[in-house]
Each structure stands twice: as C-alpha cells, then as structure tokens.
Design a protein around this ligand. Structure first.
Ligand code: C2E
Ligand code: CA
Ligand code: CA
Length: 851
C-alpha cells in the first residue's frame, strides 16, 4: 500500500472509532499551516503559519485567490491538477459532504519550500459541528510528511521519528503549533473561564552556557519546563516550549496564581544553585477578544515580556492596551501624513535669527508645518517623532530641503536679498542617504550658492557613530555649507565632542538652560561656562527659544551675539519673511562672525555652587582645572563626572602631584601634552595617559588639555578625562590573543603579589569537564593545585615559578593531573612571559594535554 492510502486508512479508523476524534488528532500533529475558510463569504484567515519554511506568495483574503495563486506558485507542477480539484471553491462543499470520511478530505500535495525544494504535505480539510467548527466554515491543516516518503525510499532511518514528536523532548511540553491549537481549543470550549496567556523568556540565557556549561543549560530549561507543566496541569491549562529560552502557558487569569508562579520559579532557581539573574521574565495578556488569534496574543505577551525584562523590580508585566492604542494612533498619523503630502498640506515656516546688538536678521531656520485644509496647524513635535520612529523622516527631510532651496531661488529671482537658511537634518537621514551629495545636487539644480545653506545636525547624532558624522561634517564644510550643532548640551560629553568635531556654529536651547526656574543662578552659570568654552575654541553660539528682554540682555552681557526666539520673531510663513527681507534695514548681511581670542572667564570654575548641579555635568562631561609649575601638576577643581570617571577609592589623595601616579614612561607624555596645549591654544592637546590604581593595576584615560593662562603664578589648564580602560583592555587582549593564538590559552596576571588567572578559551576546561568559568575559579582559589598527583613536584615547581618570574623568563613543566576519581591525564604547561606587559598580564599559560 502506498503512503497516501496508508494515511487515509488511519483517518478512516479514527473516524469510525467512536472514542477518537479527528479534530483532536489533527490538532496534535506538528503542522505548518492552518487556514480557516469562510466559504459563504469566499474569504479565509490564517490561524497559524510556520514562518519562513515555505515560499508564500502575497494574496488578498479571498479564498478564490489562494486557490488560483497558490496552485500556480506554491504547488509542484505535477500536482497542479490534483490541488485544483481538491480546493475548487465551486465543488469543495459537495465533495466534503459526500466524502467516505464524512466532513473530511485528505490529499498529499508537494509544496515549494523557501529554498526551492519540494516537500510532500498532507492537506486535511475538515468541517462540521461534530468537530466544533462553525457552520459555513472549514479548517485546512497542512503538515509536512516528507519524512514518510524519505523513510519509504530509505533516506530516513526512523519511522517513529517521522510520525511522532508533538511533545518537546527537552521539557516535556507542547511544541509551538500544538500549544497554539490546544490553547485555541481551551478558549473555544471553556467559554466561562477568563483565560490569560503567558510568555516567559529567561533573561540573559545566552550567558548561561558560558557560566554553567551546555549540559546545565539543558537541565535548567528542563526544570523550568517541569514547573510550568505542573502548573498547567494543576490549573487545567496548557503549556508549551517555543524554542530557545521561551515558554508559553495558558491558564485561568489570576494575579495570585501568577505571583505564586513567579516566586516558585525564583525558589527553584535558588534551590538548584543557579543565579537569580536567570529568572524568567513573565509577560501576560488577558484573553479579552476571543477572535484574536493565539499568535497575536503571544505577540502581545511578548511585548509585555520585553517590558518585564527591563524592569528589575516587577517580574510580571501585563500587556497594556493603552500602549497598543498609542501605536494605533501613530498609524493613524502616518496614514493622514501620506495624504497630507499628496495634498501639499506640508510646508515650512521660517524663523528669523538675529544679531542681538542691532536686532537685525542674519539668517532663518526652516521649520516643518502641517497646515490642514481647514487652517489648523499641526506642530512638528506631533508628527516628526512618529515619522522618525517608522523610518519615513528622510522623505520629509528631502522634500523640505528642496522646497526651501527652491524658495531661495525664487527670492533671488525676485531680486530680494537672501539670507542663509538653516535646514534640519534628522539623525536617521544621515545614515540613509549621502547627505552631502544630496545638498550639492540640490544647490546645482536651483543654482543656489552653498553659503546660503546651513545644515543643522542635532547633537545626539554626534555621540553615536562619531566617525561617520565627523566625515560628514568635514565634507559639508569643505563644500562650503555651514554646519550647526543643534540642541547643544542636551546629550552627554558635548565638550569632548567639540574637540573632535569642528562645526561652524553651536546652537543652545534657552529652555534647556532653565532660565526662568527658581534657580536662575545655576542656569546662568551653565550658560556662561558654555559660552566661554565656545569662545575659547572660537565657535559662535546662537541661543534659541529666547522669549524676553531680560534673557536677551543677559546673553548680550555675556558676550553671546546671536539669538533666535519669540522675543524677536515667531516662525512665520515664507511670504511674511519675504516682506521682512524687502526692507534692507532689517538685514545684517555679515551672517555669523567669530572673533578670536576673547578673554576666557574662569569664574564658573571657582564657584563651588556649580558643581552640585548635574546639568553642568551633562553639558561639559568630566572636566577638571589643573595648575602646573615646577614639574608638578595639581588638580584644583573637578566636577562630579570627573570624580566618577577617575573611580578611585583614594581620590582625595590623588589631587596633588598627579604625575606620581603615572608609570615612568607616561610622565614625559603628560608634560608634552601640557606643552602642546600651551602652544596650540585653540585646539589644545589630546592623548591617552595611564594611571596606577591603589592595587597596582593601571587605568587608561583619554585626556584633553586646554591652556587658560597664568593665574597666581602657575599655569592653568582645563580639560576633560574619559576613562577608556575597558576599551583599551579589550583591544590589548585581542592583540595578545592574536599573537599567541593556540587552541588553549590562559592569561596570568600579577596583582598585589598574587597570581590571577583568566581563562580565555576552552580546551583544558573541556578535558576537565568544566566550563571555562569553573576552571578559572579553580585556578584562582587554589583547588586546581589539588588535582596535581605529585605534590612534591608541585611545590618544587612553585619555587621555580617565583625564581623565573622575577627574571621575566619563560618556563614550562609537565604534571599528572586528576580529571576525576578514575582518570588521570598528563598535562604540559608552558608559561610565556609577556614582554610588552599590558593590562597587568604577565604570563600567557599554554596548557597541552598528553595521553
Ligand atoms: P528645533 O530644531 O530645536 O527647533 C526649534 C524649535 O523651537 C521650533 O519648534 C521653534 O518653533 C521653537 N521656538 C523658537 N523660538 C522659540 C521661543 O522663543 N520659545 C519657544 N517656546 N519655542 C521656540 P517647532 O517648530 O515646534 O519644531 C520642533 C522640533 O521639530 C524642532 O526642534 C526639530 O527638531 C523638529 N523639526 C521641525 N522642523 C523640522 C524639519 O523640517 N525637519 C526635521 N527633520 N525636523 C524638524
Ligand atoms: Ca533645528
Ligand atoms: Ca534646537
């Protein structure tokens, strides 16, 4: 008998046996696809699909379309007619009613996989009240039976393997598809129960194997699985294992039970000696809408689970419908935005930028406005973040840039004196297109000189992918565009950034500076320090959001020369702006001017109040003020972030004569940096210096110095320090690994007269049946020595080690070591002295196992 007839007989037997149910049997298959057909309305719904396995053409939700398109594109050409006659919408109802297995049809059809090969699928169509299927509907199950065919032709060795396995071996839970059908059945049959669906995801499970080894990882999953299975049995629900570290559960909704579950999981993990860091995060969704598929419920539970992962206090998170509503709202905005673009409802306003001293216009910023047909204006604050989130902002950016440049052309043609216009560039546009080329092309297209185009890039962009941004800023400036750093001070380490990225203008938001709040004083000081700093490096500042005269006067007093804000002008339609330009008295054609070498004010550094304010820290990053004379360098002021960056328990003792803490070879380097900063007052100097910690280890800092001048008889410098130790460590270790690369490698550090081991690879640990981490612990707590069989030899060796290491010599020896009670292996170890000692690594230990 062939496979198909054989399978058909199985269904027949089930059908004829009053104790068995066809639908239960189907639900327990490992299926790839379930469709629900509504044949009265010629529509269908996908209840489940195994993602990515098959090549699935795009179709609408008409049943007749899948029948047409699937048959052409998914089905093997030789099975084409078979498929069409089985699925024909005109005859299907008749055939299923008159089938020899009532309300049931089965067929084997070859489907195309995503990789182009074909697999035999068993397609079952089932309908009827006795199968719990609503009137007018049918379900189509499809599952892969290729294994049966392979078995028949000798390609597969286990018939059992081919037909069984709805339960997951590791955990004893249902697999994903079985979980979905079982959950669906529970919801359909036990209608009076309020169900909830839970998704559990073990935090940082990717680390687990590394910490405890692969086998323990499997064990861990199995005990979690067992607990979940017990829970589901007790509460008459269902439990599934969705692969990797994901578990699913459906149980009656009860906060109490869920909390119990969470604490039982915690207890289980603690009892088994694992870290609580691996506690599963629990995301819960209540089943409120019974028409929503299980897959959708799981997706929602997964959103809640992601929130739970980030929350250290609450292990359980419920899916939040209002959040979902937000997303719906965003979709609405996107939809309307598309129409608005078509209807030309999106345009830009211009807000003049003025010189304080004569109140004249030096430029303007283009700001997006959405003006609806009825005249209402939608603020960019509402739609731009949505466009950014969904990746549509670049289209808007491009559109508005072109509109603005086109407008510049139009006023030039009208003989109106143009002023430079600021265009906003979104962060994502920088990575999406070649911004510089785009602007060059636009300027060419409309013959607009480059110096009329100013480009505003927001500060948060700079901190991310610095190199790419630096390259862009340089290229834009080389091509004659003016570059502004927007929203300066809203991110971190702005000060450090300025020495790496040369922009033309810094833009500060007055709002951010807290002008009008009670603590005016602090805001003012921050502003002052930024203005001074900018002067020092000769970059003009424009302050935006200036709303009243007193702010304006203050800024002028401080030496800040440009402002943009409601105090002078609000953003206005381009027609109004053109009218302003028509009167030449309104314009100052010099644009932004920088005056060099203005006096640097040091007052803010000497005022202690500033340091308590975290805003200052955000603006300027980690900075200190140094004095330097007679080859001694002292720190005379520092801020909170500097303190954090240095991260030393003996910080207070380190402020005087900091050269004491440098390794001998780094001392000249520091003095060189200071001298260089004195010579180059504008750019200062920058370099990496290493400092000794109290425990003798080294930390590395990226240091910037700027020269301030002489005060009270000593040279004064000011500068930033970023702790880059980890970064440098990593690079150094990589270099070492590359250099000594053998399959087996252990780093040996010498710190405070102690040997510290870091196991960098598997190898020895595998032989000992340990994880690398476990081996490392053994080496460091001395337990590894207990494995050595010949104790006398070991103690002789230890003496040699002291001798050799004091002379920085390589050495090697071999030992018999115990793997377990029954097994002893020979171990040869080589210690290679690291001449270019980095990161306190003194030796590389290379173990080799003999027989
Ligand atoms: P932004 O680039 O920092 O723009 C400055 C914002 O400050 C503008 O808000 C401007 O109307 C507002 N402003 C100016 N003076 C004052 C003042 O005295 N007081 C107060 N309270 N506000 C003032 P707007 O137009 O609502 O734009 C908000 C943000 O939306 C902009 O911040 C920018 O990030 C973004 N945006 C606006 N237009 C565009 C655009 O064409 N492209 C892109 N990519 N982003 C845009
Ligand atoms: Ca801007
Ligand atoms: Ca801004």
């Amino acid at each position: 008998m062939d496979i198909y007839s054989n399978r058909k007989n199985i269904y027949k037997t089930i059908f004829e046996d009053k104790n068995l149910s066809l639908i239960d049997f189907l639900n327990n298959q490992n299926f790839d696809e379930i469709l629900e057909i509504d044949y009265k309305n010629n529509s269908y719904r996908e209840l489940y699909r195994r993602q990515g396995k098959y090549f699935v053409p795009k179709v609408d939700n008409k049943y007749s379309s899948i029948y047409e398109i699937y048959s052409k594109e998914m089905v093997h050409p030789e099975d084409y007619n078979l498929y069409k006659s089985m699925m024909n919408p005109k005859t299907i109802l008749d055939r299923i009613n008159n089938s020899d297995i009532k309300n049931f049809l089965v067929q084997h059809i070859r489907y195309r996989l995503s990789n182009g090969r074909y697999h035999h699928l068993e397609i079952c169509i089932i309908t009827g009240k006795e199968n719990n299927i609503e009137d007018g509907k049918m379900l189509i199950y499809a599952f892969d039976v290729q294994n049966l065919y392979n078995y028949e032709s000798g390609e597969n060795d286990s018939y059992f393997e081919a037909t069984s396995s709805i339960k997951n071996e590791l955990t004893g839970l249902l697999n994903e598809s079985s979980f979905i059908t079982n959950a669906q059945r529970l919801i359909n049959t036990k209608k009076d129960i309020d169900w909830c669906i839970i998704l559990m995801d073990i935090k940082h499970f990717n680390l687990f194997d590394e910490w405890y080894g692969r086998e323990q990882g499997d064990y861990f999953l199995s005990i979690i699985g067992k607990l979940i299975l017990d829970k589901s049995n007790k509460l008459n629900g269902a439990a599934g294992y969705l692969g990797q570290d994901d578990f699913a559960l459906i149980v009656p909704n009860s906060k109490l039970e869920l909390e119990k579950l969470a604490s039982e999981l915690e207890q289980l993990i603690v009892d088994n000696g694992f870290s609580i860091g691996f506690l599963p995060a629990i995301g819960v969704v209540e089943v409120l809408d019974k028409n929503l598929s299980i897959k959708d419920h799981l997706d929602r539970a997964s959103i809640a689970c992601d929130d739970a992962k980030l929350d250290i206090k609450n292990k359980i998170h419920y899916y939040d419908l209002t959040k979902h509503k937000n997303i719906e709202n965003e979709y609405k905005i996107l939809n309307e935005y598309r129409k608005a673009m078509k209807n030309k409802e999106i345009t830009f306003y211009l807000q003049p930028q003025c010189r304080i001293s004569n109140k004249k216009i030096v430029g303007a910023e283009s700001l997006a406005r959405w003006i609806k047909k009825d005249g209402t204006i939608i603020s960019p604050g509402l739609f731009i973040p949505v466009l950014e989130k969904y990746g549509f902002i670049t289209d808007l950016d491009k559109y508005l840039w072109e509109e603005a440049i086109k407008w510049l052309r139009s006023i030039i043609d009208k003989n109106i004196t143009p002023v430079p216009i600021s265009l906003n560039v979104s962060r994502s546009s920088i990575f999406a297109i070649d911004i510089c080329k785009y602007f060059i092309d636009l300027a060419n297209k409309y013959s607009v000189p480059h110096n009329l185009i100013k480009i505003e890039i927001t500060e948060s962009s700079y901190s991310e992918t610095t190199e790419q941004i630096i390259a862009l800023v340089n290229k834009l400036r080389e091509n004659g565009f003016v570059v502004l750093m927007d929203d300066f001070g809203s991110g971190y380490s702005s000060l450090n950034m300025l020495s790496n990225i040369k922009v033309d203008v810094i833009k500060l938001d007055a709002l951010f500076l807290n002008f009008d709040k009670e603590n005016t004083n602090t805001g003012v000081q921050i502003l002052e320090s930024v203005v001074n700093m900018a002067k020092q490096i000769a970059i003009p500042i424009i302050v935006e959001g200036v709303e009243n005269k007193s702010q304006c006067d203050f800024l002028e007093d401080l030496g800040c020369r440009y402002v943009q804000g409601f105090y002078f002008y609000k953003p206005m339609p381009k027609k109004d702006f053109e009218n302003l330009l028509l009167d030449k008295n309104n314009i100052d054609e010099r644009g932004f001017v920088v005056k060099l070498n203005e006096q640097f004010r040091i007052r803010e550094f000497l005022d202690k109040n500033v340091y308590s304010d975290s805003m200052l820290n955000n603006i300027i990053g980690s900075v200190a003020l140094y004095s330097y004379d007679n080859n001694h360098v002292d720190i005379i002021r520092f801020n909170e972030q500097f303190y954090k960056a240095v991260d030393a328990s003996d910080f207070a003792e380190r402020l005087d004569k900091i050269e004491r803490f440098l390794p001998e070879e780094d001392k000249p380097k520091m003095f060189n940096l200071l001298n260089k900063a004195m010579e180059d007052k504008l750019s200062g100097s920058q370099g990496i210096l290493r400092f000794h910690r109290i425990d003798g280890t080294l930390t590395s800092f990226n240091m910037h110095f700027y020269y301030l001048g002489i005060k009270e008889g000593t040279h004064r410098f000011y500068g930033s320090a970023d702790n880059v130790t980890e970064h440098i460590d990593l690079i150094d270790q990589m270099n070492l690994i590359a250099k000594y690369s053998k399959d087996n490698l252990i780093f040996v550090k010498r710190i405070n007269n102690k040997w510290i081991y870091t196991v960098a690879s598997h190898g020895l640990s595998d032989v000992l049946n340990l994880s690398p981490k476990e081996l490392e612990i053994e080496l460091n707590n001395g337990n590894f020595a207990k494995r050595v069989v010949d104790k006398e030899k070991l103690s002789r060796f230890m003496k040699d080690v002291i001798n050799y290491s004091s002379k920085n010599m390589d050495f090697s020896d071999s030992f018999e070591i115990r793997v377990n009670e029954n097994k002893i292996v020979k171990l040869e170890i080589k210690f290679i002295c690291v001449k270019e000692m980095v990161n306190n690594i003194k030796y590389i230990m290379i173990p080799k196992i003999g027989d």
